[in-house]
Structure formats: structure tokens, C-alpha cells
Design a protein around this ligand. Structure first.
Ligand SMILES: C[S@@+](CC[C@H](N)C(=O)[O-])C[C@H]1O[C@@H](n2cnc3c(N)ncnc32)[C@H](O)[C@@H]1O
Length: 245
């Protein structure tokens, strides 16, 4: 069978090559050392550059992680995050921001981050792990939406996704993966999804997932209104019904 990327590749508009090279991102001095992100301008797929929704999610996580607890400012009391999974990571920007933050907070031994995407992006994600020297707590792997999940992804504390809602054919696949990641009745992961609105059809994704998730707009962060002008939103998805299969 053709892989989904074989059949969908030509549906993704070709982007001009831009964002080539390595960016140094400290997010206003919050990350020291700054995050380094190698971009290939889209040569290995649309994820080969940093997207606005990815920047939003990094900023949110940094703002909500004062002291030395990851997302400490928005976690329920006593909550703690040790396993993080990013879907559709592209360059890995969001997951790597978490990796560096964990290192900065001396939480590296306790926090594990998996950055995932289609196979073609694994080498770029791995370069970005190497260039930030976070091999100790971060790994890059292929995770194709809609495919059965590996066992190690069954008890995740935090699921991150930035700019993953853009290809209508992939909506049921992304939904399937989100359902699989949240199908336990106790200890649900926190699911944060940054989303840039582009097409009316995106609405269909949110209509679909509303059968099983509350989609809560998150607005309590500094640059919320600036991101709204870029049609970029942050949602928390909270699973409402768990149907064991
Ligand atoms: C617009 S990019 C966003 C990249 C990154 N999250 C960011 O914000 O910079 C969307 C990402 O989703 C990935 N993606 C699309 N369909 C996928 C699928 N079916 N399974 C896994 N990843 C997929 C793409 O390869 C791409 O890296």
C-alpha cells in the first residue's frame, strides 16, 4: 500500500525555500543556552521550518514554567510532568524547547521527551537533538498518525502538537492518534494544541474531535492577542468519553 505521504505529498502546496540554516532562539532570554534549530527550508517536508504555532507553544510553555516545574503555573496542585510526546514536530522546535527547559531546571533525569514526525523528518529532528546536546533526555522517532501506538506512548503526561491541523485527509488519522493517547480512564495526559487557522475545512477537524474532547481555548498568556492577529490559537483538549476497544 502506498504510504499516506506517497499519496498526499502532491496535495501539500509547494513552499518557497526559506528558513535555511540554524536559528538561535532564547525567547527573550528565557532559555539559556538558547535553543538552536536547524531548518532545511522544507526540503524534507513542510515540517523543515519553524511554524508560528510552534513558536506560540514554546512561548506558552516557557511562560507557564516558572520555578523548576514544567508547566508548574498551569498544572493541578501536585501535578508533575515526566513523559512528553510531541506530534508532527517538524524541526522538533517545541519538544526541544521543553528539553532545554528541563535541563535548565535540572529536571533532565526525570523528564523524557519524544519528538515525532514522518520518517523523512527524523534525520532533521536528530540533528536538532545533537546540536542542542539533549540526547540524554530526548529522542526522535517516526510516529505516523493513525498507526497503532508503540507501548511506550501509552502513559504520556503531556502531548504537544503545533500546526498539525492543515491537511483534511489527515484529520481522521490525527484524531485516531489523539484518541489512542488519551484512552485511559485515569491519569489523562494534558493535550496542548497550537493551531493556525487557514481553511474553512479545518472546522471539520474540530467538529469531529468535539465528540470525544472538550476543546478549550487557552488565552491566559502574554502574547495571546498578537497571535490572534496571526489567526493562531492555543487549545487544550480534554477527553470526555473513553471507549475501551
Ligand atoms: C506545519 S508542520 C508543523 C511543524 C512544527 N510542529 C512547527 O510548528 O514548527 C506540520 C507537521 O506535521 C507533520 N505531519 C503531517 N501529517 C502527518 C502524519 N500523518 N503523521 C505524522 N506527522 C505528520 C508534517 O510532516 C509536519 O512536520
Amino acid at each position: 500500500m502506498d504510504s499516506i505521504f506517497g499519496s498526499f505529498g502532491d496535495l501539500v502546496a509547494t513552499r518557497p525555500i526559506e528558513h535555511l540554516g540554524c536559528q538561535d532562539l532564547s525567547f527573550g532570554g528565557q532559555l539559556q543556552p538558547p535553543l538552536k534549530v536547524v531548518e532545511d527550508g522544507g526540503a524534507s517536508g513542510c515540517g523543515g521550518k519553524i511554524w508560528t504555532a510552534g513558536e506560540l507553544l514554546c512561548e506558552y510553555i516557557l511562560e507557564k514554567s516558572p520555578g523548576n516545574e514544567l508547566l508548574g503555573a498551569s498544572l493541578p496542585k501536585g501535578g508533575h510532568i515526566s513523559k512528553v510526546l510531541e506530534l508532527g514536530s517538524g524541526t522538533g522546535v517545541v519538544g526541544l524547547c521543553v528539553s532545554l527547559l528541563a535541563q535548565q531546571h535540572h529536571l533532565s533525569t526525570d523528564t523524557h521527551i519524544s519528538i515525532t514526525d514522518i520518517g523523512g523528518l527524523v534525520p532533521l529532528m536528530q540533528s536538532n537533538i545533537d546540536v542542542n546536546d539533549v540526547n540524554g533526555n530526548t529522542n526522535a522517532t517516526e510516529l505516523l498518525w493513525g498507526e497503532p501506538l508503540f507501548k511506550e506512548y501509552r502513559d504520556i503526561d503531556l502531548v504537544l502538537a503545533a500546526d498539525c491541523v492543515y491537511l483534511e485527509e489527515a484529520f481522521p488519522l490525527l484524531e485516531r492518534t489523539l484518541l489512542d493517547l488519551t484512552d485511559q480512564e485515569d491519569s489523562q495526559p494534558i493535550v496542548l494544541m497550537a493551531y493556525r487557522r487557514r481553511r474553512k475545512a479545518d472546522r471539520k477537524f474540530f467538529q469531529r474531535i468535539k465528540h470525544n474532547f472538550d476543546v478549550i481555548e487557552v488565552s491566559d498568556f502574554s502574547r495571546h492577542s498578537q497571535y490572534l492577529k496571526l489567526r493562531t490559537h492555543l487549545f487544550q483538549l480534554v477527553r470526555t468519553h473513553v471507549h475501551k476497544q
